[in-house]
Each structure stands twice: as structure tokens, then as C-alpha cells.
Design a protein around this ligand. Structure first.
Ligand code: THU
Length: 142
């Protein structure tokens, strides 16, 4: 028997559309690469995020991390899924830093990306095998 999908195709499409909407707020004057993200929580609540760049380039923050920090300010800590939307036609998987950042809050969340105009659903765990966790380092602290 097939495993239950993490997210229905309809829900994945909806979340991607939210991410695409969030993209409109991106501040990306240096790269010109606008990104939107949307997190999905229990009960259907969603939280948007966009990338925000800075003249001191390394201070720039990705859309996914902005969405997650915004969610935390609302007391939302366990996203079920994240969708990421880049420029039309661009494949936009979350960067390594965002994968680790999101894994803190739910390593099993679904990650929805647009591929050939269709939503494709991954799990964060498959996109970030062997994520760093202090739990797995018990006893390692000096
Ligand atoms: N960016 C994101 O917002 N999310 C990612 O996962 C990868 C990259 C942003 C950062 C920067 O503002 C722009 O895309 C180009 O790297």
C-alpha cells in the first residue's frame, strides 16, 4: 500500500501560490533574485517570508528563514511544510543554511518546490541528511 502523501497536490499548489505571493515583498536590489516562502502549520495557518538583502552582502537573509522567524514571533514553532518560489522558471530549492535552520523546528516537514510548472514534494530530512543536532552529540560538551 502507498504511504499517505505528506501533502495533497492541491495543498502543495496552494502553498506554492502563497510563496509566490510573498515574493512580491522581496528586497533584493543586489542579486535581483527575489524569493518567497510560505510555511504551513496545523489548522491550515500559513506564514509568508521573503528574502531581504543588505549592502553588506553577508547580512542578507533568505525567504525561508524570514518566514520561520516571523512564525516564531506568533508562537508557531512546528511547520508541517514549506514552499519556496523563485523567479519564473527558476528551480529554487532552499539553501543549506535554511535547511539546517528549518530542521531545528521540524526535520520531517514537507518541502514544496516548483519543477516544470508542477509542485514536487520532498521531505526536509531527505534534502538534509545528517543534519547537525546537539541531541546526537550528548556527552560531547566539555
Ligand atoms: N535566497 C533565498 O531567499 N532562499 C534560498 O534558499 C536561497 C537564496 C536568496 C538569498 C539572496 O537574497 C538571493 O536569493 C540570491 O542568492
Amino acid at each position: 500500500m502507498d504511504d499517505k502523501p505528506l501533502l495533497s497536490k492541491e495543498a502543495a499548489k496552494k502553498l506554492l501560490a502563497e510563496a509566490a505571493r510573498a515574493r512580491a515583498a522581496a528586497y533584493a536590489p543586489y542579486s535581483g533574485f527575489c524569493v518567497g516562502a510560505a510555511l504551513l502549520f496545523e489548522g491550515g495557518l500559513t506564514v509568508p517570508g521573503c528574502n531581504v538583502e543588505n549592502a553588506s552582502y553577508s547580512l542578507s537573509v533568505c525567504a525561508e528563514r524570514n518566514a520561520m522567524t516571523t512564525a516564531l514571533t506568533k508562537g508557531l514553532r512546528r511547520p508541517l511544510a514549506v514552499a519556496v518560489a523563485g523567479p519564473e522558471g527558476a528551480f529554487c530549492p532552499p539553501c543549506g543554511a535554511c535547511r539546517q535552520f528549518l530542521a531545528e523546528f521540524n526535520p520531517d516537514m514537507a518541502v514544496v518546490l516548483k519543477e516544470a510548472d508542477e509542485p514536487v514534494v520532498y521531505t526536509l530530512r531527505e534534502l538534509l541528511p545528517l543534519s547537525f543536532s546537539l541531541d546526537e552529540n550528548c556527552g560531547g560538551a566539555d
